[in-house]
Write a protein that binds this ligand. Structure first.
Ligand code: IRO
Length: 308
């Protein structure tokens, strides 16, 4: 089955791609994504300066998912600006994830990265792991200001990666911000911020930074991810493509994201845990479920979730 999709006018050869942060910091990792069956190459969120990130251990898989407090380890934006032109040789979209430690950083980075020729730019408004820096996406005024400024310096389609919201009033407010700032796509959701995983045998936390608090990913967050995809889909429908992220471990999980309104899905925890071979498995599993259900493509079931 043809699993290609279109996001903001950009053809993506498979609806499965890595989530920003998963297997995408170094040149080697990005090139391996290029050679893999990932439908796109999504970079690690980048900052002005290269960063080592937080002290290790800073990622831990557990039966229900993962917790991380990586702290934005990345090569710095100039390195990614150098890499992006050569990543295009793999014949799939390159999606640059832009972050920053302050609003000006986002603008500086986006302007330069835009010129390096990515297909899409994903602006990360939702890193939960910078001590002392609240997630921008939880501040609608700060989000609006930042999106407007970045939008002005970006020429390629620009999306925002949002944190999960837990109240329809917050979906409404953020949908209004998105609707009036010229955002071309949404990536939903970042990890569920500031969870705590405990090892009862050792009587310890499982990651070192921030006293063990970190962003949750994987199966435990799937219902939260689906709720956010659905909440924004019902507000925009076909007018704004959504990349669904959160809890996709199987083809059926991906199908659920598509039903809720996602055009494509990103995978984080399962990519880290299983490696690049996961893309082929997910393609096979999604193809099987779409075939069984009589859908000819991922787009054919997009948003088709029924209410009771
Ligand atoms: O700690 C990280 O590097 C990180 C980031 I920037 C993010 O957006 N989401 C996440 O779970 N971890």
């Amino acid at each position: 089955m043809d699993l290609s999709v279109t996001i903001a006018g950009v053809r993506v050869p498979s609806c499965f791609m890595n989530a920003a942060g998963a297997h995408c910091v170094t040149r080697e990792e990005l090139e391996a994504l290029g050679r893999s069956r990932s439908g796109a190459i999504v970079t690690k969120s980048m900052t002005l300066e290269p960063r080592q990130g937080n002290p290790e251990p800073r990622y831990c898989g557990f039966p229900g998912g993962s917790i991380n407090s990586m702290g934005l380890p990345n090569l710095g934006y100039l390195a990614y600006a150098d890499l992006i032109p050569s990543l295009r040789r793999f014949g799939k979209p390159v999606i640059a994830s832009v972050a920053g430690l302050c609003e000006d950083d986002f603008v500086t980075i986006a302007a330069v990265i835009d010129k390096s020729g990515p297909d899409l730019i994903e602006v990360n408004l939702s890193c939960p792991n910078l001590p002392g820096k609240p997630q921008i996406g939880y501040d609608p005024e700060a989000s609006e200001r930042l999106i407007r400024r970045v939008r002005q310096v970006v020429t390629v389609p620009m999306g925002v990666k949002l944190p999960p919201y837990f109240d329809p009033a917050h979906h409404d407010i953020m949908a209004q911000v998105i609707g009036r700032t010229g955002v071309d796509f949404l990536s939903l959701i970042n990890s569920v911020g500031n969870g705590l995983v405990v090892d009862p045998e050792r009587e310890t936390v499982v990651i070192k930074p921030k006293g063990g608090f970190g962003g949750l990913g994987g199966p435990v967050i799937k219902p939260i991810a689906l709720a956010n995809v659905r909440a924004f889909w019902t507000r925009f429908e076909d007018r704004l493509p959504i990349i669904g992220t959160g809890g996709v471990t199987t083809g059926i999980d991906a199908f659920e994201h598509l039903l809720c309104g996602a055009s494509a899905v990103q995978i984080g925890t399962v990519l880290v845990e299983e490696g690049l071979g996961v893309f082929e498995r997910l393609e096979q599993e999604l193809t099987a479920v779409l075939d069984r259900k009589g859908y000819a493509s991922p787009a054919a079931c997009r948003g088709k979730l029924k209410e009771l």
